[in-house]
Design a protein around this ligand. Structure first.
Ligand code: UDP
Length: 375
């Protein structure tokens, strides 16, 4: 039987689930309070310079999941792109993630891979056997010098607290390499959508059974008129924050323009705590196949998220996890509402994981509703 489903949020989760259900014959309404689809992946061509801008900060697509890679390529051409991040620290520029070049440059050495491994192990705090905090993880794997140069200041700025209060899992996102591979990610598939993420998501949403409504908030009463709701907004927001607010970091982007090439790479991090921004993004380097004389840059600042700010990074410290567990209990009691995505599940999710979860979620819905599975 055809269901009429409401997707709250036109980001990746809503688009991917919506498309799957639409292809199975269900009717989908997708609403977003913003004036564009794509959520925080939104890209926009700057009218003055022609540069494709990552409006809510840099997004680089990378995955090991072949089906997800195939999925995104069905809707947009992905061109090869490797994320090569640099960092400025204590008056010098280094290569990230920490690799053999970083180690040799930082310590003034000419070490080969095996020598560097032994050398860095000598710097590491080997008394830490089971690192739980960000700081312990750093001290155990790269030692104090590299930790203080590249991670401590950046992390204090990014998260607004001491790295001793953050889980080791945040740092585990970054590898340490004993070769000259400076690809930030270690995934089989990596690329950039030729025309941006918004174009890709608009194409995912381009289906006769999908109706997109922008600039339109959703009230609970309206939601009750649908057979099922997939909610990708903040989980606490669905419950009117009745148990309190889950903590997020928000970002401020200070745009500046430049004629020519300002920094020679897409992302330059700033490791020093006394530089107020965490990184500078030069958007045109995300599309090296394009040519623009003008350049659009963002200085990125992180701060605590207020009620009217855009939530970016879930904080997920102990207090938040307890509060989240209480909201999850409320969520379980909701009939016909599924909470999805980064905000709906309050997790730090990469785009590929978001798509994987959305595909799984959409399929589970179809399986339990007896609809035919799309090929
Ligand atoms: N990080 C750091 N220095 C850097 C880059 C990252 O200390 O130059 C830390 C920081 O705490 C950050 C985490 O490593 O939150 C994960 O980095 P990633 O680049 O994955 O962050 P994202 O791009 O998702 O903000």
């Amino acid at each position: 039987m055809t269901k009429h489903c409401l997707m709250v949020g036109a980001g990746l989760s809503g688009a991917v689930i919506g498309r799957l259900l639409a292809e199975a014959g269900h009717k989908i309404t997708i609403r977003d309070t913003r004036d564009h689809v794509g959520g925080n992946c939104h890209t926009l061509r700057d009218p003055e310079t022609g540069v494709l801008v990552h409006v809510y900060g840099p997004h680089i697509f990378h995955t090991d999941d072949a089906e997800v890679w195939e999925y995104v390529n069905r809707f947009e051409t992905f061109l090869p792109y490797k994320n090569r991040v640099k960092t400025t620290s204590q008056g010098a520029v280094y290569s990230l993630p920490v690799n053999l070049h970083t180690i040799n440059q930082f310590f003034g050495q000419t070490l080969r891979p095996d020598e560097a491994r032994v050398f860095l192990e000598g710097k590491a705090d080997t008394t830490i056997t089971d690192p739980q905090t960000f700081e312990d993880q750093a001290l155990r794997f790269v030692g104090r010098d590299l930790y203080e140069a590249f991670f401590k200041g950046y992390t204090i700025k990014q998260w607004g607290c001491s790295p001793t209060e953050l889980p080791a899992s945040i740092l585990k996102r970054l590898p340490v390499r004993f070769n000259y591979d400076d690809n930030y990610f270690f995934h089989k598939f990596q690329g950039m959508p030729e025309n941006g993420y918004t174009a890709m998501i608009a194409r995912i949403l381009d289906h006769d059974n999908i109706m997109v409504e922008l600039n339109t908030p959703v009230t609970r009463a309206e939601a009750e008129g649908f057979d099922h709701v997939f909610y990708s907004g903040p989980i606490d927001g669905w419950f009117d924050f009745r148990l309190g607010r889950l903590g997020y970091r928000t970002l401020d982007f200070e745009r500046f323009d430049y004629q020519g090439d300002y920094q020679g790479c897409a992302v330059m991090n700033y490791g020093d705590v006394d530089v107020p921004w965490t990184r500078i993004t030069e958007h045109k380097h995300f599309a090296p196949w394009e040519s623009h004389e003008g350049s659009v840059l963002y200085r990125e600042f992180s701060r605590a998220c207020g009620p009217d700010d855009i939530p970016y990074y879930p904080i997920r410290q102990v207090a938040e996890k307890t509060l989240l567990a209480d909201y999850v209990e409320l969520a379980k009691a909701e009939r016909n509402v599924t909470f999805v995505g980064r905000l709906g599940t309050y997790r730090y999710l990469d785009m590929d994981v978001t798509i994987r979860e959305a595909l799984d979620c959409g399929r589970a819905f179809l399986a339990s509703n007896g609809a035919e599975m799309p090929a």
